[in-house]
Design a protein around this ligand. Sequence first.
Ligand code: FMN
Length: 191
Amino acid sequence: MVFYGWLASDYITEHDSFLLALYLFTYMKIAIIFSSLYGNTRRLAEVMARALSSEDVKLLDVKEAKLSDLLGLDLLFFGSPTHGGRPQPVAQEFLDQISSNSLSGIMVAAFDTRFEASNQTLALRWLMKIIGYASPKINKILKEKGGKSVVPPIGFIVTGKEGVILDGEEARAIKWSLDAYQLTKSLFKNN
Ligand SMILES: Cc1cc2nc3c(=O)[nH]c(=O)nc-3n(C[C@H](O)[C@H](O)[C@H](O)COP(=O)(O)O)c2cc1C
């Protein structure tokens, strides 16, 4: 509110314009869009948002996200729980609505949450291997829409359907998100 009032005022000084330009050009625009049924994927998205909070980060539940939230981004994280080897339907619906090439110029990074395969029966392990996981599928779609994959897609383990996040996975999520951020920064610097 204050910011818009300030923008609309007749009194933007050269100094103010300089500060605005500095803000627009130095902060990386990042969105973390996630879906989550039981809260674990949300929790990991929140942890990543906190790790990246020195930048301009939008954390968005896919149910509230709009296609316009993708405009002008430098880096897009997209995460979903794995459901039947795929993204949760609500995440898939959002991905399907993104039009071709609208992610060009945007670095993308896909993550999911999933069961730990080694805790499952042999039959279930075999099935999980066949049907795969959400994040490679999300990554493929983001690339098809023009995004450039900046880090390999990743899965984080929850201990059951409703889960708790396995020990150490939050730290792994922080490291992965910071890697994506640093790589994006270095790619932009070199272009
Ligand atoms: C309907 C349904 C299907 C699922 N299918 C899989 C699956 O194919 N592979 C897997 O590793 N986990 C599967 N899970 C476990 C989810 O990945 C787990 O519930 C999820 O990571 C929890 O994240 P959330 O708290 O953000 O919803 C499934 C869970 C549900 C509810």
